[in-house]
Structure formats: C-alpha cells, structure tokens
Design a protein around this ligand. Structure first.
Ligand SMILES: Cc1cc2nc3c(=O)[nH]c(=O)nc-3n(C[C@H](O)[C@H](O)[C@H](O)COP(=O)(O)O)c2cc1C
Length: 341
C-alpha cells in the first residue's frame, strides 16, 4: 500500500525508464534491509536437476546485465533470469521505448535488447559467482541475437553468447520470441530453430562445470500448431524445457486503456494481466503435448498469489513475472513466493 501511494505520487508521472533506473539503485542499495523485511519462502523444488528455493522467479528483461541479482533475491525471488544478453553490446532502440498502460496495469516495450554484451556480462557473473551471495544463486541466462548480425549468421551469434555465459549459468534460455529485434521471431520456425537449438545445446552440454539445462522461450502469438511443433522439436533435441510466454504484439480488445494511449505507445511487446489468458492456454497445451518430459516455466500476466497457484495447478514447474513487479513494488516477490508453498 505504501508502494501504491508512492507509485501514484512519484513513479506514475516519472519517465518509465528513469523510474526503472531509480528502482534499480534502490534494489541494490536496499539489499541488507530487504533481507530483514521480506520473508524468505522455503518450498524447495527440483527442476531440470537444479534446486530452486521455491518456484517463483523474476522473468528476463528486468536485470538484463546481471547488475542486481543479490538485491533481487533478497526481495524474495527464488531465481533471477538475467538478459536478454547478445553477443555484442548494443544500445537498443531510441527512447521512448517503455510505456505504461496504467488502466490495465500493463506495459508496452520496444527496448530492443539494450545490453552490455556477452563478454561484459560474463565477467560480471564471474565476479558474482565468487561472492557468498552469488555462489549458490539460481541464475538463468537468457540469450538473443545481436541486432546487427544478419539472419544467416544468427547461429554463430547465439553460440558466441552461450560459450561466454554458460560457465556462470544455472540454466540457459534461447530467446527467439522478443518482438523488438527485426526477424528474431522468424527463428521460431522449426527449420530455423533446429540448427540454432542444436548448436547452442552442444555448447550447454559441454559446459566446463558440467551440462547446463537449456530452454527455449516462445511467443504467445504463435499459432497452436506452431506451439506443438516447437514442443516436438524440444523433445527431439533433448532440451530441458520451454519458457512460455514472452510479450505479445497483439493489442486485445479487452484493453481498458484508451485507444489513443495504446496507439501512442506504438509498436512493441505488451505484457501484464491481459497476457494471462493466452499464456495459460499455451502452458496447458504444452503440458498436454510433452507430459513430464520437459520443464515448463510459466510467464505472462502473473500478478496475484492466485495466478501463481493457478499456473502451478495448470502444469508449470516454475513461474515468473515482470510487469507485476513494476506495479506492485518491492513486497510483491515475497508475496507471490509464499503462494508456491
Ligand atoms: C520492459 C520489458 C523488457 C523485457 N525484456 C525481455 C528480454 O530482454 N528478454 C526476454 O526474454 N523477455 C523480456 N521481457 C518479457 C518478460 O520476460 C515476460 O516474458 C513478459 O513480460 C510476460 O510476463 P509479465 O506479464 O509478468 O511481464 C521483457 C518484458 C518487459 C516488460
């Protein structure tokens, strides 16, 4: 409630990206206090051979460069998925590129994988893994394609990121579903996806500390037949799991926000509660298709403790959220974590 008042008074009128940067500073600086204030949930789950303190984690995109992992874990997230990281550092799209649809508690973003690049993030993770807070942390590493890399060199680009980052990753995610890198989502087509996933899997299998689990993250905009095709491919290649879903390029009729505001935001991925229905549908479909042969990370519109319970009941092994964190604030991770017990 304090956060809601603060959000209304300050963040609401602040440029969303500036608010994000301020929040980041607070998360890092506030870590010792967070550990005392926010109760830690212990509901251990073994997924993909990894020990998670509980099933709820932070989705990719919030901590793209792995700058705040201990602070985020101190708030109550059980794991943090960093990235998307690309082989080469890049600035992302011009600002403004992050928009709030407040009446829907939703976000539209076209960040475009702004990140420090795989080498820089790898050295940051290297240092983090040598600290007490970082050693045993469950850190997923989400990788994507450098914008300047042409489509026919995409595999080499992902492989380069995987090679640099896999020594520090608890698990690795191949992101082929962000709407803000031209052509990226075309990689979800099975003929493009097979060589990409096979090449990254070879790197993950040969990781210096032992095999690292590999997942693929898909878009909610895939047709059902394409969801099935990706699931079949993941099984065929021996992947460990699927993350479903990323943001949507759709602008559902159910949006409450005034159309002029939605249209003014422009192109980008939509996230938040409006995504829940399709993300759940994809989860249910995937679970029916793969049985217990793959892990599924459910993400998309998870906002309340009931959402967490519903997604777990629908077959998720792990659940993640991002947009809820922006609207609900620092007490949100521990509240949702408690629903995994
Ligand atoms: C501002 C923003 C940036 C994001 N960046 C990434 C990213 O870099 N990589 C990725 O795989 N997903 C990214 N996502 C998608 C989230 O990880 C998540 O899949 C999506 O937002 C749906 O979950 P939510 O409704 O809980 O936000 C981003 C989402 C937002 C809102």
């Amino acid at each position: 409630m304090v956060y809601r008042a603060l959000f209304d008074a300050v963040f609401r009128s602040m440029d969303p990206e500036k608010a994000h940067e301020r929040g980041f500073v607070a998360i890092r600086a506030g870590r010792p206090v967070s550990r005392l204030v926010f109760p830690a949930t212990r509901a251990p789950r073994r997924v993909m051979g990894l020990e998670f303190p509980h099933a709820f984690g932070l989705a990719a995109g919030f901590d793209k460069n792995a700058r705040a992992v201990p602070g985020l874990l101190a708030l109550g997230f059980g794991h943090v998925e960093i990235g998307t990281v690309t082989a080469r550092a890049q600035p992302g799209n011009p600002r403004p590129r992050l928009f709030r649809l407040i009446d829907d508690r939703a976000i539209v973003n076209r960040m475009g994988f702004n990140n420090d690049g795989a080498a820089e993030v790898a050295s940051r993770l290297h240092r983090l893994r040598r600290t007490a807070a970082g050693r045993d942390a469950v850190i997923g590493v989400n990788i994507g394609k450098t914008k300047a890399t042409p489509a026919d060199e995409a595999v080499a680009d992902y492989v380069e990121s995987a090679r640099l980052l896999v020594p520090y990753a608890s698990y690795l995610v191949v992101n082929v579903s962000s709407p803000n890198t031209p052509g990226l989502r075309d990689l979800q087509a099975v003929d493009s996806l097979r060589p990409l996933l096979a090449a990254v899997k070879a790197v993950a299998d040969a990781a210096p500390g032992g095999r690292v689990p590999l997942l693929v993250k898909i878009a909610p905009d895939l047709a059902d037949a394409d969801v099935d095709a990706v699931a079949d491919l993941a099984l065929e290649l021996g992947l460990d799991g699927i993350s479903a879903t990323n943001t949507t390029i759709a602008r559902p009729q159910t949006l409450r926000t005034d159309r002029t505001v939605v249209d003014a935001a422009g192109a980008g991925g939509l996230s938040g509660p409006v995504l829940a229905e399709r993300a759940t549908e994809v989860l249910v479909r995937l679970r029916a298709r793969v049985g217990d042969r793959l892990a599924i990370i459910a993400v998309g519109g998870i906002t309340t403790p009931d959402d967490v319970r519903a997604r777990l009941a629908a077959g998720a092994d792990l659940v993640q959220g991002y947009t809820g964190f922006i609207y609900e604030g620092p007490a949100w991770p521990s509240r949702l974590a408690a629903a995994t017990v």
